[in-house]
Design a binder for this molecule. Structure first.
Ligand code: ATP
Length: 234
């Protein structure tokens, strides 16, 4: 479904990704793990068209997307939940959700999808008329995720969806990821919560210093000594 082949990218003159190869197949949950500053967020931004690769290629369903602007990539069905929440803080929860519907089909289905989001995130329904900026950090994170789902993604890209959340909300985020995946959405996720993520993922990649250093099934990575030592704190 998504394929990165020898992708190089970065900021101004500084190259951060030094030739990244990564693949996500239809129906998978794929995890990208790595230490701080490894280039995980940069990889996500490059897939979504916020950064352009300086070399290599990115294809989605066999078509090149590496020269496309972000809104065209969204139109193809790739929706990202960014690490910084990027909400319209003066608008209500409901209006933020409605703005997540960007494609023609998502716009025509948006009332129905809104009802579904309120089922998935009851807390958002309780607070639908509240200004987004006055929600707690955890609630804003839920809203960001729900808004992305309003875009009816085929491929959902999550950058640290559980960062800074209380344990109960972390569980809720993982439950939502599991549920949307069961509904047929393919997922690529970056998460600090490595153990839980690798348990959920079909496959995972380890990134270090802008390069993929390991790739295996989630289960195999969980049992790998170097992964255990570096990321599972044993
Ligand atoms: P973390 O787990 O800490 O979020 P990450 O693996 O997501 O890390 P990136 O955010 O991709 O890492 O950052 C990779 C490198 O790119 C870092 O050295 C960072 O300082 C640098 N970087 C990130 N954003 C910018 C920017 N806008 N301009 C210049 N350098 C940047």
């Amino acid at each position: 479904m998504l394929e990165l082949d020898s992708v190089r990218a970065g900021y101004d003159q500084i190259e951060i990704l030094h030739g990244v190869d990564l693949r996500v197949d239809e129906g998978e949950i794929v995890a990208l793990i790595g230490s701080n500053g490894a280039g995980k967020t940069t990889t996500m931004r490059t897939i979504c068209g916020i950064l352009s690769p300086t070399a290599g290629s990115i294809t989605f369903r066999g078509e090149s997307i590496d020269d496309e602007p972000p809104h065209d990539i969204v139109r193809r069905g790739i929706v990202q939940v960014p690490e910084d929440r990027d909400l319209f803080t003066d608008m209500t929860v409901a209006d933020n959700l409605l703005l997540g519907a960007q494609t023609k089909t998502a716009i025509s289905n948006r009332e129905e999808n809104l009802t579904e989001m309120y089922e998935l995130f009851p807390r958002l329904e309780e607070r639908k008329n509240q200004r987004a900026g006055t929600m707690s950090g955890g609630e804003q994170q839920m809203l960001t995720l729900a808004r992305a789902l309003m875009g009816e993604p085929d491929l959902l890209i999550l950058d640290e969806p559980s960062i800074g959340l209380a344990p109960q909300l972390v569980e809720e985020v993982f439950d939502v990821v599991r549920e949307v995946h069961e509904q047929g959405i393919t997922v690529l996720m970056v998460e600090q919560n490595v153990q839980q993520t690798l348990r959920l993922a079909d496959r995972g990649y380890v990134m270090e210093n802008g390069r993929i250093t390991m790739s295996a099934t989630g289960t195999a990575l969980l049992e790998d000594d170097s992964v255990i030592e570096a990321y599972l704190g044993v």
